[in-house]
Design a protein around this ligand. Structure first.
Ligand SMILES: [Zn+2]
Length: 627
């Protein structure tokens, strides 16, 4: 993800978590005020909002007049950036308000219209400001240096400007940039083809379960039925799904190879040696971070395989198979939490994060930053939005009185605290944090909650549930996502070396990786031959480029930071504030270093694997399995 330039992409500020919808029969007007967020601090009403929108529109027209003048003097260089960021700051406030109001009840068209007006304004702003980066690149570096010496106020934009200059050698001339941009019309095709084929035109396998239930195995039916308790059924569900993909492996493979070639087309034209280098360079992440992830995970595969053996014992099977992986280890337990109970629990859970953190969380409860209730027409799921700078972030929840609600709120509060502290400590220009660090604070909160609950619950059943769910999270997020990252790298390597790449070849590559991870050869988990076609079921490969590895690194860094915070207390918290307060004042790798972990070392991996082994020790003890 682009760090600065792409202000319209709100991925780092609005992070969605899918949540279940409760039975909605509550109307917003019947919800007590204390459970609703308070939007009125942004604008008193829609009229005030419209007034600001009109003003912003005028300012956008003014911005256009700056085109071609940035190189004239330090003064005009500054004036352009000042106006640009001032407009953006207000635009975020404007669109934050309209999105929040729209999400309260998606059926109210007047509110949807505000939202659309904000989107149109955003597009205008994007167009009007598109000259800025190319124009900065046209100015002689020496001249820019002089501007910064002459005009002290330019200091605020130093990181932003330097980041544009850093990418100079990978930025082409205007005509070439235009051609690359228009290639998007063609290079988006593989994603569209896969989407249509997989969701609409692919004939799905039809099977009959032992219960007599007949099902058609669409992607969503597959994710639902692979968890069924009857072992023969889940084997049938997985085998039928993947064997169905086998029939189309060469079609899906040719399409995916097309996408990988498109990635290479962009990388090569932007003068990168590999797609990996180009993808990571946006946030100045060294390629060695990716390589280190793969190396470290390979080294720690015995920990995954220990978990698989434990899973086999807990499921009561002699030999675990790949189709057993989605069966829950323990029956879920019924924790009940009202909003107030959840709030009080979290204030206790976050104590290791120190007084300032806990007080700010309390403030978010008292000052109504959060919209809790699931009401008719409200947007489903949960998110935190920290886009607007001057007041505070907002959280949307759909509270269902269960543990899932508490853990979702803990997660979103992590994003909110990260945004709040970054907004407080950085100028608007440097406040938005990068994807690479975006999930760390949120995941630390979930980890703290899990640790707290394990210590607090009374029955073994509850403890096993919490520990088992945690281990499943580590398997799917750290190990599975890294295996995907490895597959992605291998595909790109083949294309970059100019080797042919068919669907059949992809299945071989995929099968080898999965067998290695899951310990097929040492009996940890049998990976049946049809698992070779699983890659064709995963839409990420055709839709993203070198993105999924960040799921894995986020959880590894979060686990490591949480371990340090629990063990070392306040000194570790103080260091972690380098990330919380840091926004994008430095590159993500540097922020993580300042927070106390070297991303190129094995430290975070060692701490995470130790934690995973500790959790397994605890479970084995409860189960009386200790040797
Ligand atoms: Zn998140």
């Amino acid at each position: 993800m682009k760090r600065h330039l792409n202000y319209l992409s709100i991925i780092t500020v609005l992070i969605m978590t899918t949540g279940s919808l409760s039975a909605q029969n509550l109307d917003r007007k019947d919800v007590p005020e204390k459970f609703k967020w308070d939007n009125s601090i942004l604008y008193k009403n829609a009229d005030e909002w419209q007034k600001e929108r009109t003003e912003l529109e005028k300012k956008i027209d003014q911005l256009k007049l700056h085109q071609g003048k940035m190189g004239e003097s330090a003064e005009s260089f500054y004036a352009t950036l000042r106006l640009f960021f001032d407009i953006y700051k207000n635009f975020y406030k404007l669109s934050d308000y309209s999105s929040r109001v729209a999400d309260e009840d998606l059926r109210i068209s007047a509110n949807q219209s505000l939202n659309q007006q904000a989107t149109i304004l955003g597009t205008k702003l994007g167009e009007a400001s598109s000259f800025i980066s190319p124009e900065i690149l046209k100015i002689e570096p020496e001249k820019i240096k002089k501007f910064f010496e002459e005009k002290k106020e330019l200091k605020e934009f130093k990181f932003y400007v330097n980041d544009i200059l850093r990418l100079r050698e990978h930025t082409l001339n205007a005509r070439e940039e235009e051609m690359l941009a228009s290639a998007g019309l063609i290079t988006s095709t593989p994603g569209e083809v896969y989407g249509i084929f997989d969701n609409a035109e692919k004939p799905n396998a039809k099977i009959k379960l032992s219960t007599g239930e007949e099902i058609e195995l669409s992607s969503s039916a597959y994710t639902k039925y692979r968890t069924v308790p009857n072992r023969n059924d889940r084997e049938l569900v997985m085998r039928s799904t993947f064997e169905n993909y086998k029939k189309f492996q060469n079609t899906i493979g040719a399409n995916l190879a097309g996408k990988v070639r498109a990635d290479y087309f962009y990388a090569k034209n932007r003068k990168y040696n590999t797609v990996l280098e180009g993808s990571l360079n946006g946030n100045k992440i060294p390629v060695s971070v990716y390589e280190n992830l793969l190396d470290q995970i390979h080294k720690n595969l015995p920990t995954l395989q220990r978990f698989l053996k434990l899973k086999a014992k807990m499921l009561g099977v002699d030999q675990l198979h790949y189709y057993d992986l989605y069966t829950p280890l323990v029956k879920s337990v019924d924790f009940k939490y009202s909003v107030e109970e959840g709030q009080n629990l979290l204030l206790d859970v976050f104590k290791p994060m120190g007084t300032e953190y806990v007080n700010t969380v309390k403030k978010s409860f008292d000052e109504r930053w959060i919209d809790y209730s699931a009401t008719n027409g409200k947007r489903s799921g949960a998110y935190s939005s920290g886009a607007q700078y001057d007041t505070h972030p907002y959280i949307l929840m759909n509270w269902t009185d269960d543990y899932e609600s508490v853990s979702t709120l803990a997660h979103e509060l992590g994003h909110t605290m990260h945004s709040y502290f970054s907004n407080k400590h950085q100028t608007f220009v440097d406040a938005q944090y990068a994807t690479f660090v975006a999930e760390i604070a949120s995941t630390i909160n979930e980890t703290l909650l899990n640790d707290y609950m394990v210590k607090k619950v009374k029955t073994d059943q509850e403890k096993l549930y919490l520990l088992g769910t945690y281990l499943d999270l580590l398997r799917t997020t750290i190990f599975r996502q890294t295996s995907f990252a490895e597959f992605e790298l291998e595909l790109h390597k083949r294309i970059e070396k100019g080797e042919p790449l068919t669907g059949e070849e992809m299945s071989k590559i995929y099968y080898d990786i999965v067998k290695k991870y899951y310990g097929n050869d040492n009996g940890a988990c049998v990976v049946d031959d049809y698992v070779a076609y699983e890659w064709a079921y995963i839409p990420h490969f055709v839709n993203y480029t070198y993105y999924v590895y960040q799921y894995s690194t986020s959880l590894i860094f979060a686990t490591a930071f949480a371990e340090k915070i629990i063990k070392d207390g306040q000194p570790a918290v103080d260091k972690f504030y380098n990330i919380l307060n840091g926004g994008s004042s430095d590159y993500p790798i540097e922020l993580i270093k300042k927070a106390g972990i070297d991303p190129l070392s094995s430290e975070a991996f060692d701490l995470t694997m130790k934690k995973m082994n500790d959790v397994m020790d605890q479970m084995e003890k409860i189960l009386g399995m200790n040797k």
